[in-house]
Design a binder for this molecule. Structure first.
Ligand SMILES: *Cc1c(COP(=O)(O)O)cnc(C)c1O
Length: 369
């Protein structure tokens, strides 16, 4: 018997990757950072590889080393490191690392010397996001230094890459501008004698809407988990995560009963309240108070009052509901993670990621051994 669970459909992740692969001739790097957007990093990575991904992408060195520790041998790129990290461990473990400036490149060269091995490097260009990467005026110096280190056998420039700011708003003028800046950066690299095997800039949104951004490798994240980066379009993807719990108790209360902290909700009539053992300690956003949708016995209700740390209360009216009934917050059917995002003023990415690493047990369906 279970009280609350986050179910992950690994076959959905596998199939979503296959769906994405069918849209491009580029190789697919599955983004499995942040514990696979809450779905579990290692199982998600295996499912993505089974679906045809040939690369894995993570933010941190630790995440990359965890994948290697699990026995995953596919190419892995880690793109976010503060100075002073043991990057030589990454080099030794065959992890591709990003350099977005001269200082980072120098660290990678030092890591290669220490590991006594050529570092696999992806040079990052800031084409307009204003986050990581070298700006256009720093780019020629970065590429020249990389070419020198490559000639010395210290690094191998595997990739040149960038990241979009507004690919989730198809038609946003910045997308074309960033693509033009990326092409310029690639031309500078070519002129300097750096011809990377992998040029990559497309996240899920660009993979789904901008074939001209695919280049040699695409880096979908949210789409492999079956969620769309673009409101109102599903692209044939299947949500992989279901968050649900069993009703712990029900009670009949009169009209005017105040419910939950702050008594922000009062029952409009005699009604049945159902107590659900999931709260913000489990990933339910407190911003979804009096707004988050929950399905019980085929009916979708709204949270009554505040989300607590451990629980929420649902006003079920006169609908039949009993202790032990299953209450679904979101899944492949209604409600969706997008409904929760709308109810709490965020994006579907944050909804699923919040449920990762929470106290709720994650249960896996499907997958490949
Ligand atoms: C997270 C991330 C991705 C994946 O983005 P989605 O919008 O989830 O497809 C790709 N590239 C980088 C650099 C990222 O940080």
């Amino acid at each position: 018997m279970w009280q609350a669970e986050v179910r992950i459909d690994l076959d959905a992740i596998r199939d979503n990757v296959a769906t994405l692969r069918a849209r491009t001739t580029a190789e697919v790097m599955a983004a499995v950072k942040a514990d696979g957007y809450g779905h579990g990093m290692v199982p998600s990575a295996r499912a993505a590889l089974a679906g045809g991904a040939t690369w894995l992408g993570v933010a941190t060195l630790d995440e990359a080393l965890t994948l290697r520790g699990a026995g995953i041998t596919a190419p892995v790129l880690a793109w976010l490191h503060a100075p002073g990290l043991p990057l030589h461990d990454g080099v030794a473990a065959d992890v591709d690392l990003s350099a977005g400036g001269l200082a980072q490149l120098a660290e990678l060269v030092a890591a290669a010397r220490r590991a006594e091995r050529t570092a696999r490097v992806h040079l990052k260009l800031d084409t307009g996001l204003g986050r990581g990467g070298a700006l256009a005026d720093e780019w020629p110096a970065l590429v020249e230094a990389a070419a020198k280190a490559q000639a010395a056998g210290e690094i191998d420039v595997i990739g040149v890459w960038s990241h979009f700011a507004c690919a989730d708003s198809p038609g946003h003028e910045s997308v074309g501008r960033q693509l033009a800046a990326f092409a310029d950066g690639l031309a500078v690299a070519e002129q300097t004698g750096v011809s990377p095997r992998y040029r990559h800039i497309a996240n899920s949104a660009a993979l789904l809407t901008r074939p001209d951004a695919h280049y040699d490798l695409v880096r979908p994240g949210i789409a492999i988990y079956g969620l769309s980066p673009i409101a109102g379009e599903t692209f044939g993807l299947r949500p992989a995560m279901t968050a649900r719990a069993r009703v712990t108790m029900t009670k009949r209360v009169p009209a005017g009963q105040g419910v939950s902290y702050g008594l922000t909700y009062h029952t409009p009539r005699e009604t049945t309240l159902a107590l659900i053992p999931l709260g913000y300690g489990d990933g339910v956003p407190r911003h979804a108070s009096s707004a988050g949708p929950v399905e019980i016995n085929g009916r979708v209700h709204t949270i009554a009052g505040r989300v607590c740390m451990d629980q929420i209360v649902i006003d079920c009216g006169d609908d039949p509901v009993a202790p032990g009934d299953v209450a679904t917050l979101f899944g492949p059917g209604r409600p969706t993670a997008d409904d929760w995002a709308d109810a709490s003023g965020t994006i579907n990415y944050e909804i699923v990621t919040r449920f990762g690493g929470s106290r709720v047990p994650r249960v896996y369906d499907g997958g490949t051994p």
